[in-house]
Write a protein that binds this ligand. Structure first.
Ligand code: AMP
Length: 282
């Protein structure tokens, strides 16, 4: 397995593979790998000739620099996980090689970025679209794998790839959860044990809302209330948003008959968790 450190090195490797007729699968991450990331790697390895995992804690997508500094970094362990999942290249560029002095062009995300994470974290999605565009241009993948855990991010990337004609297939992978339902996240390790137990209320609320939708409840606001009341308001617990949205445009909807996604962000102490659930059309 190779470790490559700059866009130029990455690009050269990928062009060689493409000349040899190989298909490339790509999994972009910020490291601190867990089983959710492993599922993306397995999909990339199984459905392509070669696979690339990027590990890059992207400073431009953190609107609070303290959060960037606190982000867990476990590079050596991540490399071992990548080896186990048949990754051919770990692409771990330095910040300087990604953003050399004078870099000033940004990719402006589309309408899917307006609400929720886009509203709560100004500049976040511009950082995401810019870095993903740069990574796609260096890795030149046939397919890129993103988790539905970050549902809005997936929708924003799909819009970017479509509107800017990136020649890549974007594949969304179902959220991997703990046995009790909590969505795996690199941030979970920062939860206190009490907040870890409370945090299960997010997925419980989402599953209950999905069940109500299956049973015929189509009013977005009633489904929203189920999630809100599940999370409740314990000590140091604060729900930032629960939004019922169109699954592609991510615009708010009032009726879930045609299908929907419910997206949540909530704070447990100083840890901000996000999760979501898809509601199938009736
Ligand atoms: P991250 O490095 O955690 O920002 O995420 C890298 C990729 O892994 C993104 O496409 C995420 O959506 C995906 N991912 C993160 N957590 C999960 C999970 N629990 N299940 C599936 N995919 C995930």
């Amino acid at each position: 397995m190779l470790i490559l450190r700059s866009p130029a090195e990455m690009h050269e490797w990928s062009r060689g593979e493409i000349r040899n007729g190989k298909s490339i699968g790509f999994v972009p991450t910020m490291g601190a790998l867990h089983k959710g990331h492993a599922t993306l790697m397995e999909n990339a390895a199984d459905n392509n000739d070669v696979s690339v995992l990027s590990i890059f804690v992207n400073p431009t997508q953190f609107n609070v620099s303290e959060d960037f500094e606190k982000y867990p970094r476990t590079f050596d362990a991540d490399v071992e996980v990548a080896k186990k999942h048949n990754v051919n290249v770990v692409y771990a560029p330095s910040v300087d090689s990604m953003y050399p002095d004078g870099a000033s062009v940004l990719v402006q995300p589309g309408s899917a970025a307006e609400r929720m994470e886009g509203a709560m974290r100004p500049g976040h999605f511009t950082g995401v679209t810019t870095v993903v565009a740069k990574l796609l241009n260096s890795v030149l993948p046939d397919r890129a794998y993103f988790g539905k855990k970050d549902y809005q991010q997936l929708a924003v990337i799909r819009q970017m790839v479509k509107d800017l004609d990136f020649p890549v297939e974007i594949v969304g992978i179902d959220t991997v959860r703990e046995p009790d339902g909590l969505a795996l996240s690199s941030r979970n390790v920062r939860l206190t044990s009490e907040h870890r137990s409370n945090a299960v209320s997010i997925s419980q609320g989402l599953f209950a809302a999905r069940e109500m939708h299956h049973q015929g409840q189509r009013h977005a606001d009633d489904l929203r209330k189920i999630v809100l009341s599940s999370i409740g308001d314990g000590v140091d617990i604060r729900t930032e948003y629960v939004d019922v949205c169109h699954p592609v445009s991510l615009q708010p909807i009032t009726d879930t008959t045609e299908g929907a996604v419910i997206c949540v962000a909530a704070w447990f102490g100083d840890v901000r968790l996000i999760d979501n659930i898809e509601l199938s059309p009736h």
